[in-house]
Design a protein around this ligand. Structure first.
Ligand SMILES: [Zn+2]
Length: 183
């Protein structure tokens, strides 16, 4: 049975089922909990180190989007931080840095796209990349916001040991507000 039309009446999912499902779509929405907005890679490393991380990520991907293989017009790709959220211990762990075209990156932070009045464009792109109807894309986005709402009720500890492989020192600058795409 297709539960999509009923989703708004379904109970909010329990933490153990907040984990990504095995059949993840090609392009996922990754909403950063509101309580994590100002703790991220960019707030933990210097500008020079962030530039190095971006360059390594972009070169590895040959300046192409790692989801759709596309490139942006103004700039080809942007660096996206992939986080894992431990919903029991409330630890957000950096698990990867990937190159994304601006259109795919915008989908990752759908809340920010909405604020900029670009939610519809982003939803169109999400549907196109995943081979979905607009209705399917909207249903998926709604589910992502339900998870986001639950996660935004908690404080999260940051684990960026992933960066150790890049041989840069963390905590070398204080958090800078407002210089991230946001959620
Ligand atoms: Zn893309």
């Amino acid at each position: 049975m297709d539960t999509a039309p009923l989703v708004r009446w379904l109970p909010v999912e329990k933490p153990e089922s907040l984990k990504p499902k095995s059949t993840e779509p090609r392009l996922t929405v990754e909403l950063v909990p509101q309580t994590c907005w100002y703790s991220n890679v960019r707030s933990e490393v210097s500008t020079g180190e962030w530039d190095k991380l971006k360059r390594v990520t972009f070169e590895r991907a040959n300046y192409r989007c790692e989801v759709c293989s596309g490139r942006g017009l103004k700039h080809p790709v942007e660096c996206h931080e992939i986080w894992d959220y431990d919903d029991e211990r409330h630890i957000q762990t950096l698990t990867g840095l990937i190159a994304l075209c601006p259109a795919c990156h915008e989908c990752k932070h759908m809340g920010f796209a909405n604020i900029k009045g670009r939610g519809e464009l982003a939803t169109d792109h999400l549907a196109k990349v995943n081979g979905w109807t607009i209705h399917q894309a909207k249903t998926y986005v709604r589910e992502c916001f339900q998870v986001w709402q639950e996660r935004s009720q908690h404080e999260w500890d940051l684990d960026i040991t992933y960066l150790e492989q890049f041989e840069i020192s963390s905590h070398s600058s204080s958090p800078r507000r407002g210089d991230r795409p946001g959620n």
